[in-house]
Design a protein around this ligand. Sequence first.
Ligand code: SF4
Length: 353
Amino acid sequence: MSDEHPRERPSAAQILATYDGPPLRIMEVCGTHTHEIFRLGIRKLLPPQVELISGPGCPVCVTPVGFIDEAIWLAEHGATITTFGDLVRVPGTSGSLATARAEGGRVQVVYSPLDAVAYAREHTDERVVFLSVGFETTVPAACLAVDQALAEGIGNFSLLTANKTMPNAYAALKDSADVFLYPGHVHAITGTQLCEDLAEQGVSGVLAGFTAKELLTALAVAVRKGGEGKPFFVNAYPRVVRPEGSPAAVALINKLMEPCDTEWRGLGVIPQSGLKLREKYESVDARRVFDMPHIEGRANPACRCGEVLQGKCKPSDCPLFGRGCTPQHPVGACMVSGEGACSAYFQYGGDVL
Ligand code: SF4
């Protein structure tokens, strides 16, 4: 028997706008999610009891000051630094790679780790170091570059690593939010088992894609399921994230790298949350190639990036936001990066300025 007046299902936007459940804190783990949600105006749809907080998922933002100091030290000791553009402007303890370049250091912006290998191939008289930062998403490309350089016998290429992995970061942040908006591109590599396990431990989350429809759907799921108060996990990005992830990419990472303790800006050292080159690959490990001393960075005490990355404050709570700190004159990494929460608030958050 057909229903002559079928009830229309509410759209994801309607679900969000009409949510009348308990207060919910949803953490956008990924900086690209933060930017897209702002850019698409989705924040304006949310009722007041739904709070979006920014998390640590911006590779440049979580890279500690000490790493920038290491890169500057390398530039001052004969290395040619190859890197993505954002890192060039991130302040170290004193100065940035841009400053080092202005003072005669060689700093080249590249668009991929393989571009850095190509640069090394063409400049055999230079010792080329690629700055390998980022999460499980970007590590396979860095590993591929190392593989390529070794296969071709390119002896003037190495990596300076500060790569991060998400599992222990989720554990460190689990009390900061009621629901995680999981980064789709990370889990396209690692799969969904971790999210399933976290749900069993009481940590809720939704895996989200990056289009308007995917973000609205993921947030609608987050409020609907989150409002019920029971731990859950939903993969709202199934067109890209498969349960098994990408076994080939994971195998490539495991071949070249191993877990290590690592420092996250704002979160301190999280055990076994980083990746470093295995001993067998010391010939492409820049710290060993250049016999680098231990370098301790000091963050600008006025910058609250650390608290922003833990969801403890909003960028607009920082006294420097929009005053001493702007994208043109950034004081901290979160204002430099195209995925940083401070730059998202500055570009799109007109109502919070
Ligand atoms: S506004 Fe600038 S100084 Fe303040 S937390 Fe953000 S990056 Fe740091």
